[in-house]
Design a protein around this ligand. Structure first.
Ligand SMILES: [Zn+2]
Ligand SMILES: [Zn+2]
Length: 254
């Protein structure tokens, strides 16, 4: 499907103002409304110069239905399958690689251990299938998927012989002495029902990207005046606009 652009509402014009796609407009709106709750997107038509304001609803309706972010049902959540990685280990921290799978929660114990049904698959656990019963527990703010239940017995999730090089994985870091302080290092897709992790976007990579583009006036957002990077999810097409604050609560290499 071709990209849909914001239309100019002027009857004589019918051209798209600027080259902004509906997906980009939605991403910009999502980003700017965090800073200004009453934000309405202003767009200038490249042909008739008419300025149009778009509300969230007017933008969303232009995004093709299968490309709109969707909330997760209340009993669904993302659980992580992680491998410890010696390559990225540091003197004072442990590093893990992995991605996340969708789980439908069946039970949760007071201590946080949960039991559920797997709803998506992962190259990090190639033997797991949709419909498998899985168990896990929280570590810090992450839910870890740790066991598969077969014939009533829970066993460790079998690992692939080699850690796969997928296009969507994250790095996770915890201090040597405190597992509970584990943090992700990558930006996620902002669509709640998409599992994509921008593997190439860590705080260090973000800093390098804005350093490289610093002469480009498009780098600075017209509402927040912060340097931003626009990411398009390769899975669901959702655009996420990030600035340095998007890394608050994530691991930031020093
Ligand atoms: Zn126009
Ligand atoms: Zn996505």
């Amino acid at each position: 499907m071709p990209d849909i652009h914001l239309p100019c509402p002027s009857p004589e014009c019918q051209r798209s103002p600027r080259t902004m796609t509906a997906n980009l407009a939605r991403g910009l709106f999502e980003y700017r409304v965090l800073h200004d709750p009453r934000y309405a997107l202003r767009s200038i038509c490249g042909t008739c110069k008419k300025i149009t304001k778009f509300t969230r609803e007017q933008i969303i309706i232009l995004v093709p239905p299968d490309e709109r972010p969707r909330p997760l049902a209340a009993d669904l959540f993302w659980a992580y399958i992680l491998f410890e990685s010696d390559a990225w280990k540091g003197r004072d921290h442990r590093a893990f690689l992995g991605d996340r799978v969708l789980v439908q929660r069946l039970t949760r114990e007071p201590g946080g251990d949960w039991y559920g049904i797997l709803k998506s698959i992962s190259p990090y656990a190639p033997l797991l299938k949709i419909g498998n019963y899985v168990k896990g527990r929280p570590r810090g703010r992450l839910e870890l998927c740790l066991f598969v239940v077969e014939d009533g017995a829970a066993r460790d999730i079998p690992k692939p012989a080699e850690i796969p090089r997928s296009s969507s994985f994250g790095m996770f870091v915890s201090p040597n002495d405190n597992d509970e302080k584990i943090l992700g290092a990558n930006i996620y897709c902002s669509n709640p029902s998409c599992n994509h992790i921008f593997s190439t976007m860590t705080f260090t990579k973000f800093k390098a990207a804005i350093e490289k583009e610093q002469d480009d006036e498009e780098l600075y957002d017209e509402v927040t005046f912060l340097a931003t990077v626009k990411l398009t999810c390769p899975r669901c097409k959702t655009v996420r606009v990030i600035d340095e604050h998007s890394f608050d609560g994530l691991y930031q290499e020093t």
